[in-house]
Design a protein around this ligand. Structure first.
Ligand code: BDR
Ligand code: CA
Length: 309
């Protein structure tokens, strides 16, 4: 197996941290760059957390700072979910220093050097950095094998009744990414809600892994409040679903759809419009991940986290 060149843009974020460790532990992926964006908390924290997560995994992948606001407005954070520092209060040892520069420049540099249709781009936060890449150098979409995003909701949102947090925080940037012409896969809330982490999954991780990353991941999981939508049974591993699709697509059932995002100012801002039946007369521009084999997902996730230092 040849590991696929991969870029990860993220806003760690408790579930981003788990997703990053999954990616760094996965031989299917050659993570060449991690970029940070504001979102769950401000960029100062998401950048520090990204560096710390990379450092704890013993990785030398460069980490670069990106946007700390959306294209048209400031972000609204989710510190009430992820804690003031973004990791539920867990303080990880400081990681390697950030590479100088700006996320969109760093991503463009990697894409320019890459073979056509070769790079997997994974977006785990508001799409601002990714939107800047494809708005400023649209031809780079030709270097992309697939863009995998944790974003959006087909059904109920989690920040407004209509919209999911990442999509709602920068729908204009998301619209650029959805329209860039590269293949897109979407892990929306509808599938990520199926990745419910309960006490059983935490106990399994504690039993499987003795390393610092597994211990930190278990601490993170223990610190996240159970969600109301799960009836208090656990909390969702949203971002790890996007990485899992890149690593093991057989865990999912996906459907080709034409998808747009509502960029209007009203109640529907950030909502996805998903056309399964060609009503808009447009070819499919995304694979919508609809069903997840959750037991196999957690088996994979646990094994990979347990294999880290
Ligand atoms: C998404 O929003 C963030 O809070 C999570 O990290 C995830 O990327 C879920 O709606
Ligand atoms: Ca995230």
């Amino acid at each position: 197996m040849t590991p696929r060149p991969t870029l990860i843009d993220c806003d760690p974020g408790t579930d981003d941290a788990i997703a990053l460790w999954l990616a760094l532990a996965s031989p299917e992926l050659d993570v060449r760059l991690v970029t940070a964006v504001g979102g769950n908390v401000g960029l100062a924290h998401t950048l520090r957390n990204a560096r710390a997560v990379v450092g704890l995994a013993g990785s030398a992948v460069p980490v670069v700072a990106g946007a700390d606001r959306a294209l048209t407005a400031p972000y609204v954070d989710a510190a009430h979910v992820h804690g003031d520092n973004g990791l539920g209060g867990l303080i990880l040892p400081d990681g390697p220093a950030a590479m100088p520069g700006v996320a969109a420049d760093a991503m463009r540099a990697v894409l320019r050097e890459a073979a056509p249709r070769s790079v997997t781009v994974i977006g785990l936060g508001p799409a601002t950095n990714l939107g800047l890449v494809f708005a400023t150098e649209p031809a780079l979409a030709g270097r992309v094998a697939e863009i995998v995003l944790m974003t959006g909701a087909v059904g109920e949102g989690n920040v407004t009744p209509s919209a999911e947090f990442n999509a709602w925080n920068d729908p204009e940037a998301l619209a650029i990414v959805l329209g860039c012409g590269a293949p897109v896969a979407l892990a929306t809330l509808d599938v990520t809600n199926q990745a419910l982490c309960t006490g059983a999954e935490i106990a399994a991780l504690r039993a499987a892994g003795q390393g610092a990353c597994a211990a930190a991941a278990a601490r993170i999981w223990e610190g996240v409040k159970p969600s109301r939508r799960s009836g208090g049974r656990g909390h969702e591993q949203h971002d790890a679903c996007a990485v899992a699709w890149a690593v093991a697509p057989g865990l999912f059932v996906g459907t080709p759809v034409f998808v747009e995002v509502d960029c209007g100012p009203g109640l529907g801002r950030g909502r996805l419009s998903v056309d399964r039946w060609g009503r808009r007369g447009q070819a499919a521009n995304a694979t919508l991940l609809e069903r997840l084999d959750a037991p196999r997902f957690f088996t994979l996730l646990t094994a990979r986290l347990a294999a880290l230092p």
